[in-house]
Design a protein around this ligand. Structure first.
Ligand SMILES: Nc1ncnc2c1ncn2[C@@H]1O[C@H](COP(=O)(O)OP(=O)(O)OP(=O)(O)O)[C@@H](O)[C@H]1O
Ligand SMILES: C[C@H](N)[C@H](N)CCCCCC(=O)O
Ligand SMILES: [Mg+2]
Length: 228
């Protein structure tokens, strides 16, 4: 199989990007693929042994089959769980796309078969006064996977997100319907609306709070759909 690299975005913060990254990295590892995840910038961290550690990054680091140092997975981390450019400004720091791109490309030099780069929040999250996280995805020029948090409001969020990705000139490898089956009114109708109106392929629907066996099966199928 050719090397696969994807940028994982979502309709909003908490859409399920990390959940998807972890599930797909583990599914890739079950297929004996060398898998790795990167969280270039994270806001929301606690000190472990005196060093700031973000939970998304720790989960992603543990899920990949390639052993990476924390700094290779998450080079830029801030303590408060707020918009990253605001967290940076509070420390009198400036994060730039060039710097993040350098870090990501450095980690991607590690030989691998399957790599995921998780964004932060949704597609248009600022990094500084002029640059956005979507600019990093543009520089990396890798296909994007959109995680749609299936709740009321997701239609608008999903359409706008995919329009913006297309306008940025990036291919959308597909989208994932995350959760919603049990608590969203008219879930099937909403799923069908997205499926009919979005040209990118639906890679799969993930149930909420699955047992680990179901989760493995769902992610194995998702990876299969992504590769076909
Ligand atoms: N399908 C699911 N089943 C069970 N729990 C889920 C599912 N999807 C997401 N979650 C949970 O919902 C919360 C938010 O998901 P997650 O952390 O993956 O969001 P995110 O898009 O990565 O957010 P951020 O912008 O902070 O990176 C987490 O506690 C996660 O475990
Ligand atoms: C703290 C949170 N979990 C994410 N790491 C950052 C979300 C940034 C969202 C910015 C915004 O769009 O308003
Ligand atoms: Mg996350």
């Amino acid at each position: 199989m050719a090397k696969q690299q994807y940028f994982i975005t979502g309709t909003d913060t908490d859409a399920g990007k990390t959940h998807v990254c972890v599930g797909l990295l583990k599914a890739a590892a079950r297929r004996q693929l060398r898998s790795m995840g990167i969280k270039p910038i994270a806001a929301g961290a606690e000190k472990i042994d005196g060093k700031l550690r973000n939970d998304d990054a720790l989960q992603i680091q543990a899920a990949g089959s390639i052993s990476l140092r924390y700094e290779q997975v998450n080079p830029v981390v801030f303590e408060p769980p707020i918009a990253p450019h605001i967290a940076a400004a509070k420390e009198n720091k400036i994060v730039t796309v060039s710097r993040l791109e350098g870090f990501v490309r450095g980690t991607l030099l590690t030989p691998h078969d399957f790599a995921l780069v998780e964004g932060a929040g949704g597609w248009r999250v600022p990094l500084n006064d002029r640059e956005l996280l979507s600019d990093l995805a543009k520089r990396l020029a890798i296909p994007v996977i959109v995680v749609v948090d299936m709740r009321l409001g997701c239609l608008n969020h999903a359409f706008l997100t995919m329009e913006a990705i297309r306008r940025d000139g990036l291919p959308i490898a597909g989208w994932i319907a995350n959760g919603g089956q049990n608590e969203m009114n008219c879930y099937e109708e909403n799923l069908a609306t997205l499926n009919n109106m979005v040209s990118a392929p639906l890679l799969g629907s993930l149930s909420w709070q699955q047992d680990s066996q179901t989760a493995e099966e769902e992610f194995d199928q998702l990876l299969q759909n992504l590769s076909s």
